[in-house]
Write a protein that binds this ligand. Sequence first.
Ligand SMILES: [Cu+2]
Ligand SMILES: [Zn+2]
Length: 177
Amino acid sequence: MRLRWMAVCGVAAVVAGAAITAAQGPKEIKVAIADAKGADVGTATFKTVKSGVQVKIALKGLAAGPHGVHIHQKPLCEGPAFTTAGGHFNPDGKKHGYQNAMGHHNGDMPDNLNVGADGKGSATFVLTSISLDPAAPNSLFLNGGTSIVVHEKADDEMTDPSGASGSRIACGVIKGQ
Ligand SMILES: [Cu+2]
Ligand SMILES: [Zn+2]
């Protein structure tokens, strides 16, 4: 009887160990976003939640209307074109957009961010295919980090590779502590 109890206990310990590994990495990070002139246009806050990573974006000083926002693969925001950020973060090797049958990129957002007449806009999304755990294959800290990019136009959520969202107008580097 006593032996059996100890065996059960051993299994419980292994499961607890796996849970600790999965929870590694920062719980929350805040990323500063700047436009092509280097002016502050807001922040993105990434927080580990039960189903993935919550991304809370708060922007200011932008043209009114819908803007595509994505996580791009490199931690380099060199204005004014921000091409240094590379393509969309895509370790799973899929196509662009939530409305694309072969989508979506890990770094795609399920919707656009709407900016009002006052130049301000905010949105909160939960992305299930990214992680803040540096050891995860879909970690935002993969190969030194990633970036968050705001585009000139709306993302149609289906046209590869970038949803026809036009120029990159703002960028923020996502790096580990
Ligand atoms: Cu983009
Ligand atoms: Zn994409």
